[in-house]
Design a protein around this ligand. Structure first.
Ligand SMILES: Nc1ncnc2c1ncn2[C@@H]1O[C@H](COP(=O)(O)OP(=O)(O)OP(=O)(O)O)[C@@H](O)[C@H]1O
Ligand SMILES: [Mg+2]
Length: 236
């Protein structure tokens, strides 16, 4: 089994009655381990909603999410300990790094290692900061770091628990195109070298060559898809 995550028939509606918004409308996708995928689409098409549904942060009310072939939630009913799942198997990166301001770069990563139940957090944190090219900033507080450095630390933090799936929602929106590309290349490296599946929401079409798979959303649906595994097929 090399499938990291699969979504089957996800539906999500915000609000009700006349003001109801269908944010996800029968979304199907599958991501293999070791692949980096982009999620494109216009504003309001449902990208962040899908990220939150896959990350079981704000689940879809209908449909199923499977991790490594095992159902974790179906029609809003959990089949696993979702908090444990998030802590041990998922990594999140957002537009803003959201580092803890009173902790150094290394401590921000170390605390995530501890939360993820990993032993030897300090050594792991240093190894990850080195991997992402910011070990020279390990003792710096977030406000002393550039936007690109903060985002590298945030990626190191997301890797702390050795996640099988990394979900990134516009992680480069605040970066210039050179730094943005560097971060996208780091996601590719993480997927290929560490065997995680990585799904990155982006509006930046300049770095699309970095991705193995490209999904495009429109009005709550996956409208187009290039490369990788075919979405939609049920494992049966
Ligand atoms: N908490 C909420 N309450 C009500 N409606 C919401 C909520 N969150 C999102 N929506 C609506 O759901 C739809 C999908 O929103 P979503 O945030 O997933 O889009 P997006 O593709 O991430 O957009 P963007 O590119 O602007 O971030 C939009 O119509 C949005 O207005
Ligand atoms: Mg969004």
């Amino acid at each position: 089994m090399t499938e990291a995550v699969r979504a089957i028939g996800l539906h999500k509606t915000y609000g009700r009655g006349a003001s109801a918004v269908v944010a996800l409308d029968d979304v199907n996708l599958a991501l293999r381990t070791g692949t980096v995928a982009a999620l494109l689409g216009p504003s309001g098409s449902g990208k962040s909603t899908l990220i939150k549904a896959l990350g079981v942060v704000s689940p879809a009310e209908r449909g199923e999410v499977l991790f490594e072939g095992r159902t974790v939630i179906k029609d809003g009913v959990p089949f696993a300990d979702l908090t444990k799942l998030r802590r041990q198997h998922l990594g999140f990166v957002f537009q803003k790094a959201n580092l803890t301001s009173f902790l150094t770069a290394r401590e921000n990563v170390e605390i995530a290692c501890d939360l993820g139940g990993k032993a030897d957090g300090r050594r792991r944190a240093r190894e990850l900061l080195a991997y992402l090219g910011v070990i020279n900033r390990e003792h710096s507080y977030p406000e002393m770091l550039s936007g690109g450095e903060q985002q590298r630390v945030a990626i190191a933090r997301a890797l702390a628990n050795e996640p099988s799936l990394i979900l990134a929602d516009e992680p480069t929106a605040a970066l210039d195109s050179v730094r943005s590309r560097t971060v996208m290349e780091l996601f590719r490296k993480v997927a290929h070298e560490r065997g995680a599946a990585v799904l990155v929401v982006t509006h930046d079409h300049r770095a699309l060559d970095v991705f193995d798979v490209i999904y495009e959303m429109e009005d709550g649906r996956i409208a187009a898809h290039a490369g990788g595994t075919a979405p939609g097929a049920s494992p049966g």
